[in-house]
Write a protein that binds this ligand. Structure first.
Ligand SMILES: *Cc1c(COP(=O)(O)O)cnc(C)c1O
Length: 736
């Protein structure tokens, strides 16, 4: 940038002003950093916030805005602390880094994003899991969206994200003394979130209006800065709305099917309108799951009304610009709406598009002529997108089989659904001590080349003892975290002093520790490990080679079978033998996930194949040298090579009888655990290092970390979807 060009420096100054990056005092610098979620993957800033007041930091869910607000009227206290710890340099350094990040353009983007620079990608998702302090996510789908956005920011992909703001988020989970899940909804304070309300041209809060047959619904719009990416969130808690509509966006995945269609109308149709209102004209629309597929109808409407296109032309144009990612092979995971609901909410849309209602319904039917078929959002997404993908190789295969009827003139294998395997955002999930180890070991610019095998194969140069020590340190940190949490759980349930004492000492750092944490959906079979309790008691209580488990996960409030599984595991607490070897940490969220994937020895996952589309928690474990022990499903089916972790089952499942599959997988789990994992873990050299185990940790890191990063995933989306959709690459990856 030229310092002499007054226009550019004014532009830069305005930009910095709008980002709050012209701050001068240390306090204002901290506030500016808290207002960009970039801080959430930068340890140097996280540590500043934590050091200000470690206890409060933890109590406030690691929320820096809430933390800084406690100093708002007493900045002297803030400065006392800053000077006491001589943090001035750290704050200035972190602030400078953020400023530089926001004004630099990454090298990768300079050569790889082409026309996306002129018209960005609009990425729609019903949930975003960016950090535990911003509770607008429930699980894997949201965390994936968050990791996608963070990686796009890091690589400089021009991408705008669109979702909903839920003031009560997803629920907080507690278990009662009998292991029953209790759901608590917390009202998030908007002033504690890094959100700015979006204003209209006149400086008044922007309102988005969405027509339904029974009147309009209004939404306001918020903006969150996630590094370089802007995330726009809509919510309907505005005075213009009738009471029943004000709570519409209060809860993620709460409510009825009717609430769901209304939320999906807001995020899809309202989301497109919000982008238009702020002057963003996307070149590509990426729909993360079917929830947001109404967006395509709104884009069509715009083409018809603004550009005079016919319905067919508009559909063709939208189709060229749209990418659709499907995320689940579980049939109930695909939203379907009946004709009555559709009429109530989409009649104005069909009129605006100039088509009959039946024609509109046909867009969401596998068999357009079948009037009994409900409207499926996944079908709409697939029909409206030029590129459709599943989220792992196997999920691609399963999705082609599942949706082949959409293309009656093709055979299953040539159904136009590809796959891009999920990946994880490395800085969000890699533990600090391992960052340091990798920095010492890998080539200096390894971070920018993390998608190369050559970078990661240097892990073989690390002394086994050093890698093991680092892991042991992280395991100890996890155990401290678990003890703190479990103690709090006991106190909350008013349990005896004896239980509280036991909780304070739960888990042995020297015993094998297996982690299992995920949504408690029945197909994930969380209780498979307790298929044979006598066996469990025997292996857990072996005095030489004990085994212990840590569990976490929520069941959807309406999922009674899922809750029953939680109860079954929680009740093992009362088992005289297993009670001290199995713990359940309540309220699984990004914070709990981060601790678990960084500190256990083994990460276990045993879904009923092929129902796990990808899974990403095991990829987080890989980065941290934790070994996967998993059914050959989702990402693990393409990751496991025999020496980089452990398999459950042999990649087969009974066609018709799940109980046969379950029994076989349970037997395989027992066999592998008892005959492979336990002996390998306890086979130590004279210094107490399990050499063969550490070798496997290295195999896992070297063979997997480069392949399953969100960095690689975003490169795949850019080259296979975004650039072709934006129109500057002629090859059409979709029509395989
Ligand atoms: C990573 C993550 C998930 C997704 O992991 P799966 O392997 O798909 O279960 C879910 N919830 C949280 C909080 C996560 O961090």
């Amino acid at each position: 940038m030229s310092q002499t060009d007054p226009n550019i420096s004014k532009q830069l100054k305005d930009k910095l002003d709008s980002l709050g990056l012209n701050a001068e005092t240390l306090y204002d610098k901290c506030k500016a950093m808290a207002n960009n979620l970039w801080w959430s993957w930068h340890p140097e800033i996280i540590n500043v916030f934590r050091d200000l007041d470690p206890d409060l930091w933890r109590k406030l869910d690691h929320n820096p805005i809430a933390l800084l607000r406690t100093y708002e009227n007493d900045q002297e206290k803030f400065y006392d602390r800053v000077f006491e710890l001589t943090m001035e340099g750290r704050i200035n350094y972190a602030f400078r880094k953020l400023k530089q990040y926001m004004t630099d353009r990454p090298i990768w983007a300079k050569t790889n994003i082409g026309v996306l620079g002129a018209r960005p990608v609009a990425y729609f998702s019903l949930e975003f899991g960016i950090h535990e302090s911003v509770p607008i996510y429930s699980g894997g789908l949201g965390v994936l969206a968050g990791d996608h956005v963070k990686s796009a920011s890091g690589m400089g992909v021009p991408l705008i994200a669109v979702g909903l703001f839920y003031d009560e988020g997803y629920f907080k989970q507690h278990l009662d003394s009998n292991g029953n899940q209790q759901e608590e909804y917390i009202n998030t304070k908007i002033e504690d979130l890094p959100m700015q309300q979006v204003l209209d041209k006149d400086g008044k809060p922007l309102r988005i209006r969405i027509e339904t047959r029974d009147g309009a619904i209004f939404a306001r719009v918020w903006k969150i800065q996630v590094g370089r990416v802007e995330l726009y969130l809509l919510d309907t808690d505005v005075e213009e709305n009738e009471q029943c509509n004000r709570k519409l966006t209060s809860r993620l995945y709460g409510g009825t099917n009717e609430d769901r269609i209304r939320q999906e109308l807001i995020v899809g149709v309202g989301g497109v309108r919000a982008l238009r209102a702020v002057g963003i004209n996307p070149g590509v629309f990426h729909l993360n799951e079917g929830h947001c597929a109404f967006a395509t109808l709104e884009v069509m409407r715009d083409y018809i009304h603004e550009d005079g296109m016919s319905f067919d032309e508009a559909q063709h144009t939208v189709n060229r610009q749209t990418c659709f990612t499907t995320h689940t092979p579980v049939p109930a995971g695909h939203d379907r709406f009946n004709q009555q609901l559709m009429e109530k909410y989409l009649t104005p849309m069909s009129q605006a598009l100039g088509v009959s209602f039946d024609q509109l319904m046909a867009l969401g039917r596998v068999h357009p002529e079948d009037h009994n078929e409900t409207f499926c959002m996944t079908v709409l997404g697939m029909k409206m997108a030029r590129y459709v993908n599943g989220v792992s190789n196997l999920h691609g295969v399963v999705s082609r089989r599942m949706w082949k009827d959409l293309w009656p003139d093709r055979d299953e294998n040539s159904a136009p659904i590809g796959h891009i395997t999920n990946g994880v955002h490395l800085p969000s999930w890699l533990a600090g001590p391992l960052w340091n180890l990798y920095n010492r070991t890998f080539v200096p610019d390894w971070y920018d080349q993390m998608y190369l095998y050559e970078v990661w194969s240097d892990i073989y140069k690390v002394e086994p003892g050093e890698l093991w020590e680092t892991h042991q340190l992280l395991k100890n940190q996890l155990i401290e975290f678990v003890r703190r949490r479990v103690t709090r759980q006991c106190v909350r349930r008013n349990e005896s002093e004896f239980s509280v004492k036991a909780a304070q000492n739960v888990l042995d750092p020297n015993a094998l520790l297996i982690g299992f944490a995920r949504r408690f959906a029945t197909y994930k079979r969380a209780t498979l490990f307790m298929d044979d309790l006598d066996w469990m008691r025997r292996i857990c209580s072996n005095p030489e080679k004990p085994v212990q488990f840590v569990f976490a996960g929520k069941a959807h409030p309406a999922d009674e079978p899922g809750k029953a599984l939680i109860k079954k595991i929680a009740e093992l607490r009362k088992d005289p033998v297993l009670g001290k070897n199995i713990v359940f940490v309540e309220d699984y969220d990004i914070n709990v996930a981060r601790h678990l994937v960084q500190g256990v020895d083994v990460w276990m996952n045993n879904p009923r194949r092929p129902l796990e589309a990808s899974g990403t928690s095991g990829q987080k474990a890989v980065l941290n040298g934790v070994l996967n022990f998993s059914v050959l499903d989702g990402w693990w089916a393409e990751a496991y090579n025999g020496v980089n972790g452990f398999a459950i089952g042999n990649g087969r499942a009974h066609r018709t009888d799940d109980s046969i599959t379950d029994a076989r997988d349970a037997a395989s789990l027992r066999d592998t655990l008892e005959n492979e994992i336990i002996p390998l873990f306890y086979d130590r050299d004279v210094d107490g290092v399990p050499l063969a185990w550490v070798e496997r940790m290295k195999n896992s890191i070297a063979s997997l970390a480069w392949r399953f990063s969100a960095h690689r995933m975003v490169v795949d989306y850019v080259t296979k979807c975004y650039l072709p959709a934006a129109g500057n690459v002629t090859c059409d990856m979709n029509r395989r």
